[in-house]
Ligand binder design. Structure first.
Ligand code: PLP
Length: 376
């Protein structure tokens, strides 16, 4: 059997061990410490986001963001339907009600048109939305100009789920820094990883202070343990932050490599009728976390399932696009605004191996299987 090619595996640099060893040598394996401060400062400086708190996952970062904004049971929260379930679950944790918004075709992210329709509907119900959770899927920036304009017009706080898009920018500004709060994930499959982990960031210091307070069991600043609020154990550890310090040294390189993967796939597979998610203009810069393809059923009888199977037979992992939330048994009763764009994307799309550690030989191995399958 040929060596397995994974969809988006961790890419260790060799530098992690130096930071991890320092942490172990210092006998300092806990949830506060220099590694955490340093990694938070690096993320703050890189994204140009003044206040950052590190968490044990992107999911917990979103859960905290919603609470910082005072989201409560029964509140409407508008969110992208075309996403991973972790963009929606924290809304449910709080007893709030997700309202699912369809994607537009250019970026596959939240449609400004359906967003506005949903806001008007919520207002008509007498329940103005408490927040918008905007996802930047696969690293591609959403139509931020229009989304921010709508959020401003109706005075609704914007949270950006930039879990997949560290390093992506819109008009040269980092994703996650347009709204009131933004988050990244450092899960094992992300562009850089701390094994598991996340960051929550904002221009508002009070938001981040409150999130950090809730993330550390909401301990009051008293000499004894006093608790007035319900808190969580959501902090990042020094070992995770040490991993992050090592990983960050390669971030620019990893973005370049993932963009190279995309370019190679596009150049090699476009002649066979395969379509790619393009950056709509020079304003949109994607980290190309995952390269996604669309297969046109008018041009070929080969389906995403067929391609996935053919790749798997050669020990190569690929994955279907995210199954939209309004089609999930968990969420299919939620109010949905849209025209089923993401249902069509789900049926005709596939995520190709996209790790920064892919070699040119790996890319050729993957594309030759796809070309073979399509041509025969
Ligand atoms: C869009 C999106 N949101 C949120 C998350 C949650 O991040 P984490 O796995 O770090 O909890 C992920 C991925 O894992 C994601 O892809």
């Amino acid at each position: 059997m040929k060596q397995r090619i994974w969809l988006s595996p961790p890419h260790l640099t060799g530098k992690e061990i130096v930071f991890l060893q320092e942490t172990l040598d210092a006998n300092w394996v806990t949830v506060v410490g220099a590694q955490i401060e340093k990694f938070a400062a690096i993320i703050s400086n890189y994204t140009q986001s003044p206040y950052v708190t590190l968490c044990n996952s992107g999911t917990s970062a979103l859960h905290l963001a919603l609470q910082v904004l005072g989201v409560k049971r029964g509140d409407f929260i508008l969110t992208s339907t075309f996403t991973f379930v972790a963009s929606v679950n924290p809304i449910k944790y709080l007893g709030a009600i997700p309202v699912l918004i369809e994607s537009e075709k250019e970026t596959w992210n939240m449609s400004p048109q359906f967003l506005e329709e949903s806001i008007l509907w919520c207002i008509k119900q007498g329940n103005k939305p408490k927040a918008i959770v905007l996802v930047h899927l696969y690293g591609m920036p959403a139509q931020l100009n229009k989304i921010c304009e709508i959020a401003f017009k109706y005075d609704i706080p914007l949270i950006e789920d930039a879990a997949e898009s560290l390093g992506s920018t819109y008009k040269k500004q980092h994703l996650g820094t347009f709204g009131m709060l933004g988050l990244h994930s450092f899960n094992g499959n992300k562009i850089i990883t701390t094994s598991a982990g996340g960051a929550l960031f904002s221009k508002n210091e009070d938001f981040i202070k409150k999130a950090a307070f809730l993330a550390s069991q909401a301990k009051e600043p008293t000499s004894f343990y006093e608790h007035k609020y319900l808190g969580y154990n959501y902090q990042m550890t020094t070992l995770q932050a040490a991993m992050g310090l090592g990983q960050f040294t390669q971030l620019d390189n990893y973005i370049a490599l993932r963009r190279r993967n995309f370019d190679f796939y596009k150049m090699t597979l476009s002649p066979f009728g395969i379509k790619f998610l393009e950056e709509p203009s020079a304003d949109f810069y994607s980290n190309r976390w995952l390269t996604t393809i669309l297969i046109d059923s008018k041009l070929t009888k080969v389906s995403p399932e067929n391609l996935k199977e053919a790749l798997e037979l050669e020990n190569i992992e690929s994955r279907f696009l995210w199954k939209p939330m309004h089609t999930q048994p968990l969420y299919n009763e939620m109010t949905y605004f849209g025209d089923h764009t993401s249902d069509k994307l789900f049926k005709s799309g596939l995520c190709l191996p996209s790790g920064s550690s892919l070699s040119e030989a790996d890319l050729k191995r993957i594309t030759s299987i796809i070309i073979n399958k399509i041509s025969n």
